[in-house]
Design a binder for this molecule. Structure first.
Ligand code: CO8
Length: 255
């Protein structure tokens, strides 16, 4: 099985599972990942999703052994990237990457496609495609500059520079850094916390933050404002505010 799935409370955990190849992302793995993401996204019992790898590698990138013989027509006609990477963009629930070891090439891009990245101290991030005379083609040239700015992104893309966890944290590529032995526990605790909030609120927030990357500031502000107005149609929002005033824990109906 190229990915393993587990349900822990309201969290759907997906583990990339090609350890011998450092979780290199072949089509079978990406198809399985897409199917697992869509299944958790559709499951009312799940409020947040975690994607993780192994101790040595989150994922070392696209499977070079497979790609080496592909032609232009192979990738064009099979819709390489589009076919299974667009699935990740369709997921409406929060997705957290829990990264230990190598997150290289497509592995780094997979982390960048997640909403929150929790890095273990051992995490190493790089886009080394230039060494293969390739380019970061799973969103890397677009998401990385938006995450860390042009100067750092150009450095990583053009020189294949590797960032350790602290550098990645400082530059804004990751959300938090934790000791390796706490990666699973801390990420699950974070996901459990998030999964306890009102799901429509989480989805509206995710859509709004993502819109920041896809529109002008003016358009993004308008989108956010309409999302805010829509919150006033939500029972959960009224419950959340009333619970604050009553000094009690909110009981959300839509999780
Ligand atoms: N593809 C296929 N096999 C891989 C890959 C890979 N990306 N990375 C590692 N492996 C395999 C190795 O071939 C080796 O196999 P074997 O034991 O049969 O020889 C095994 O995994 C262990 O790897 P190493 O022996 O190399 O382990 P080291 O600890 O010495 O080195 C590194 C670890 C530094 C991560 C090294 O393996 C490495 O540099 N890997 C390649 C990293 C890379 O270049 N990634 C970018 C790939 S291109 C890409 O991602 C394009 C993105 C756009 C498309 C995304 C679509 C999914």
């Amino acid at each position: 099985m190229p990915v393993l799935t587990e349900v822990i409370g309201r969290v759907g955990l997906i583990t990339l599972n090609r350890p011998q190849q450092l979780n290199a992302l072949n089509d079978a793995l990406m198809d399985a990942l897409g199917a697992a993401l869509l299944a958790f996204d559709a499951d009312a019992a799940i409020g947040a999703i975690v994607i993780t790898g192994g101790e040595r590698a989150f994922a070392a990138g696209a499977d070079i052994a497979v790609m080496a013989t592909w032609t232009y027509m192979d990738v064009f006609s099979s819709e390489f990237i589009t076919r299974n990477w667009e699935t990740i963009r369709r997921v409406r629930k929060p997705v957290i990457a829990a990264v230990a070891g190598y997150a290289m090439g497509g592995g780094c891009e997979l982390a960048l496609a997640c909403d929150i990245v929790v890095a273990a101290r051992s995490a190493r991030f790089a886009l080394p495609e230039v060494k293969l005379a390739m380019l970061p083609g799973a969103g890397g040239t677009q998401r990385l500059p938006r995450a860390i700015g042009k100067a750092k992104a150009m450095d990583m893309c053009l020189s294949a520079r590797t960032l350790d966890a602290d550098e990645a944290d400082r530059y804004g590529l990751v959300s938090r850094v934790v000791p390796d032995e706490r990666l699973r526990e801390d990420t699950l605790a974070l996901a459990t916390q998030i999964a306890g909030y009102s799901l429509p609120a989480l989805m509206a927030i995710k859509e709004s933050v993502n819109r920041a990357h896809e529109s002008s500031l003016g358009e993004g502000i308008w989108f956010e404002r309409r999302q805010l107005h829509a919150r006033f149609a939500s029972e959960d929002a009224h419950e959340g505010m009333q619970a604050f005033l009553d000094k009690r824990k909110p009981v959300f109906r839509h999780r």
